[in-house]
Every structure is written in C-alpha cells, then in structure tokens.
Design a protein around this ligand. Structure first.
Ligand SMILES: Nc1ncnc2c1ncn2[C@@H]1O[C@H](COP(=O)(O)OP(=O)(O)OP(=O)(O)O)[C@@H](O)[C@H]1O
Length: 303
C-alpha cells in the first residue's frame, strides 16, 4: 500500500491520568493542506507535538515522510517548520537577530538574502531592529511564521496561525500559505477553530472530537456524507404564501428573500426554473454547505 506523507495509526496519548487522544487515525498526502479541526482541548496541539517528536505516544504508530517521530525527531524537525502558541522567539533580541540565530541552527544557505525576503514578505523590514518583546501579538505571529520558514521546510505544522492577527494580517498570511503550497509544494497541517479562515486554503479536513477523528475528507466528500438537504436563499419578486412551493418547504426572511429546503443539488436548478417561470431571481445561494455548517452537522451526528 502507498504510504501517505503523514500517517497516524491508532495513536493514544494521556497526560498523567487524563486521556487526551484515544484512537487517532488519519493521513495527509504530500503537497496537501490539511485542516485539523476540533473544539478547545480536543488534543490538536498534542497531535502536532507527537508528530514533531517532542512528546511520545502511549500506543500507536506514526510516520512523517517515512520517519518515525518516536525515534527520528531530529530529521523530522529539520524538514519541518512549526508555529505554535508559544512561538519560541527570543524576546530580548531583535527580529533580525532572531532570524539570524535560527538560520544558523538550520545552516541556511545565503541566510541574509533569505532573511531579507522573509522580513519583506511578512512586512517586518521596518521593525527588524526592534526587540521582539516590544512587538504586538500580530507582529510576533508574523515573525514566528518567518522563523518557521527560514530553512524552506517541506512540511509546516501550524497551530492556530492566525490567532492575534487583524483581518488584513489573516488575509495576507492565508494568501502566502496558499502561494507557498502552490509554488513549493509545501505540505501544511493547520490546526484551527476559526473555520471560515481556513476554508479557502485546505484541500482536506480532519474533524476530531474526544480524542478521535470523527470524519476525514475533502469538503465535497464530507458534504456528500453529511449534508442531507440544502438551504437555498433566493432573492426574488415571487409572491407566494404558505410554507410550501411545489414540493419545496420555505420560510420568508423578508419581502424579497425566501429560504427553501431542497433535497439535493440537482433540485436547485429545478426549483429555480419553477420560480423563473413566474418571476425574476436576483440571487441564489446555498447557506448550509460552508465548512462551519458542515462541522456542526458532523458533530451533531457524532454525539
Ligand atoms: N503538558 C501537558 N500536561 C498535562 N496536560 C496537558 C498538557 N498539554 C495539554 N494538556 C491537556 O490535554 C488536553 C488537550 O490539549 P491540547 O492543547 O492538545 O488541545 P487543543 O485541541 O490544541 O486545544 P486548543 O484548541 O485550546 O488549543 C487539554 O485538556 C490540556 O489541558
């Protein structure tokens, strides 16, 4: 069987008496951007630390590009970049010296050039001589990303990478990650509970709860498995009363907006044709297929 870039099989992990991961199973292929999603305390950070070889599992097997994190933490850490809450930056040093320090650890070629590029990319050039301790949370986050990327890693572990960033910052980091993935083929495992932020960049999702994976797949696969009906919001001049139009139940949001329940994507065009026969349609949008709606649906069904 073909091995995935990241393989997690039957991983169990507890801290003292507290069982955090009960039976984790998932894979991430090379070049994918995978979202590891779960409520606070569900063990996402623990999973990243296990894959990085920083902590050890009680049971189960893992592989990262063929390396076993239990024995081969060093090669895994050399090929990967990691951004966690703590960030691991030196606050009493300026940004430039922080990056120089990490460039030296990873023996980065043409370090000054690479540092210059990253400072520019994360809009820190003007602040490169300031002590990191005086940085805002968002600036520290951007510097942590620069640090994680200093050695051109082929794998990135990102734990809540957008915490503390303003909307502009979130947009630019997300854009950068997408470009990095496209141009360099960097595999990215990203933990988050801000689902709409990662929706545009992930190829696949791993939803976890209570120490196990409850669903794993692409947006389309999860949608197919869990979405039983579609809530279609239609802006129209159609004047109807009651709560069913042909066989489609609806509620009225306001004078021009109706929300229909339709059983399949195919039924969407059928319904729109019926409305268009009688009236105008200004817009139509499926409301409940975004990642957050799917996530809550999956969690409800796995309670
Ligand atoms: N070093 C540790 N020692 C003891 N307990 C720990 C340790 N690290 C984490 N835990 C506990 O393990 C559980 C899972 O924590 P973890 O940080 O992995 O979850 P998470 O899904 O990343 O949460 P969040 O979304 O809040 O970041 C929590 O109950 C936490 O208190």
């Amino acid at each position: 069987m073909r091995e995935a870039f990241i393989e997690v099989n039957g991983i169990r992990k507890s801290y003292n008496e507290q069982l955090v991961l009960e039976n984790m199973n998932f894979t991430v292929d090379k070049g994918e951007i995978a979202g590891l999603l779960g409520p606070n305390g569900s063990g996402k950070t623990t999973m990243i630390r296990l894959l990085n070889g920083v902590i050890l599992p009680d049971e189960g097997k893992m592989a990262v590009d063929g390396f076993n994190p239990v024995k081969d933490g060093n090669p895994i850490r050399s090929m990967s970049g990691i951004v966690t809450e703590g960030a691991g930056l030196y606050h009493e040093m300026n940004a430039l010296d922080n990056l120089r320090f990490f460039a030296q650890i990873y023996s980065v070629d043409q370090a000054e050039k690479r540092i210059g590029q990253l400072l520019e990319q994360f809009e820190l050039t003007a602040h490169k001589d300031r002590l990191v301790g005086t940085y805002s949370t968002g600036m520290k986050k951007r510097l942590a990303l620069a640090k994680a990327l200093i050695h051109d890693p082929s794998l990135l572990f990102l734990d809540e990478p957008t915490n503390g960033l303003d909307p502009e910052g979130i947009k630019s980091v997300m854009y950068y990650l997408k470009e990095l993935n496209k141009q360099e083929g960097t595999t990215i495992l990203i933990c988050s509970h801000v689902l709409h932020q990662i929706e545009d960049i992930c190829n696949k999702y791993i939803f976890m709860d209570s120490g196990r994976v409850i669903v794993e797949g692409t947006h389309e696969e999860i949608e197919k498995q869990y979405l039983k009906d579609f809530q279609l919001k239609v802006e129209t001049d159609l004047h109807i009363i009651g709560d069913i139009y042909y066989s489609y139940p609806f509620i009225r949001l306001n004078e021009k907006t109706l929300i229909f329940t339709v059983p399949s994507k195919e039924a969407v065009s059928n319904l729109l044709k019926l409305i268009l026969n009688e009236s105008s349609v200004y817009s139509a949008e499926i409301l409940n297929r975004d990642l957050e709606s799917l996530y809550f649906q999956v969690r409800r069904e796995n309670k």
